[in-house]
Design a protein around this ligand. Structure first.
Ligand SMILES: NC(=O)c1ccc[n+]([C@@H]2O[C@H](COP(=O)([O-])OP(=O)(O)OC[C@H]3O[C@@H](n4cnc5c(N)ncnc54)[C@H](O)[C@@H]3O)[C@@H](O)[C@H]2O)c1
Length: 259
């Protein structure tokens, strides 16, 4: 298989990860698409130069395997998109909340640590490489009922800073995106909710949810040579949501265009 570059995408079977697999493949990359859920992976290998791999990113062996598969099938590794994640621990005092917290941290945060660790030898051998992890606007501030996810996604923001500093000298760049509300399986319940959906949309300055491809574009940029001088940052891709301090809801002048 002749490809221009090679990417790994985790959480590849749905939503943002699926859009990223399509985008990298369209742009000539070989892609190793990783997901714990085999259902989402079934269609992926029909896309040219995509290899699907079933695995749980919280396990070290999944991360080692995706690097091996990239090297065996495509001969190199350029970009790693550590995107697998989910939330929903429930109230802190509810039964099982601490176990759910452990699992949320294991997938959203430990999964990123393991993914970077696994990629380092291949990047080092190639003289560099790029990682983008998926944090969230929920990693930049707190949300009601979202404490465990808030903690895990905030961990990603400072993790990429620390690791970026450690590996910059080896030309390995490590960044994150912080998606705002994006129309995927994760959020379809909120979007479809008659009150919650419009209420959330109103908080977003661009007044709409993101398409998964808009997140994939930002991830692609951060792993591409166009971002060669960017490392250790978390880029909000949120329609302006995190720019708003929250006291007033946009727009400031309903029905009135700003000057
Ligand atoms: N959709 C949003 O509004 C939004 C906002 C901010 C951040 N995010 C983050 O974006 C990422 C992608 O979310 P999405 O909206 O595309 O969700 P999604 O549910 O559509 O896709 C997530 C994928 O990750 C996979 N996955 C879950 N746990 C896994 C594991 N342990 N190992 C491997 N794969 C696993 C799931 O099977 C699923 O295919 C997540 O990290 C999520 O937290 C999403």
């Amino acid at each position: 298989m002749s490809v221009s570059a090679v990417a790994v995408v985790t959480g590849a079977g749905s939503g943002i990860g699926l859009a990223a697999v399509r985008l990298y493949a369209e742009r000539g990359y070989g892609v190793v698409a990783v997901d714990v859920n085999p259902g989402g992976l079934a269609e992926l290998e029909k896309i040219g130069n995509v290899v699907a791999l079933r695995g749980d990113v919280a396990e070290e062996k999944t991360n080692e395997e995706f690097v091996s598969v990239a090297l065996e099938r495509f001969g190199r590794l350029d970009a790693v998109v550590l995107n697998a994640g989910f939330g929903g621990a429930g109230p802190l005092e509810s039964p099982g909340a601490i176990d759910r917290f452990d699992r949320i941290v294991a997938v959203n945060l430990r999964g990123v640590v393991l993914g970077v660790k696994a990629a380092l030898p291949a990047f080092r051998a190639a003289g560099g490489g790029a990682v983008v992890a998926t944090s969230s606007v929920s990693g930049l501030a707190g949300d009601p009922g979202t404490w465990a996810y808030n903690a895990a996604k905030a961990g990603v923001v400072n993790l990429v800073r620390g690791l970026a500093i450690d590996y910059a000298v080896e030309n390995i760049r490590i960044n994150a995106i912080a998606p705002g509300g994006t129309a995927t399986a994760l959020t379809q319940g909120v979007i479809a909710h008659p009150e919650l959906g419009p209420a959330v949309t109103r908080r977003i300055p661009l007044q709409r949810w993101a398409e998964p491809r808009e997140q994939a574009e930002a991830a692609f940029f951060l792993t591409s040579p166009a971002a060669s001088y960017i490392t250790g940052v978390t880029l909000p891709v949120d329609g302006g949501l995190s720019a708003n301090g929250g006291i007033l809801l946009p727009p400031a002048f309903p029905g009135d265009a700003p000057h």
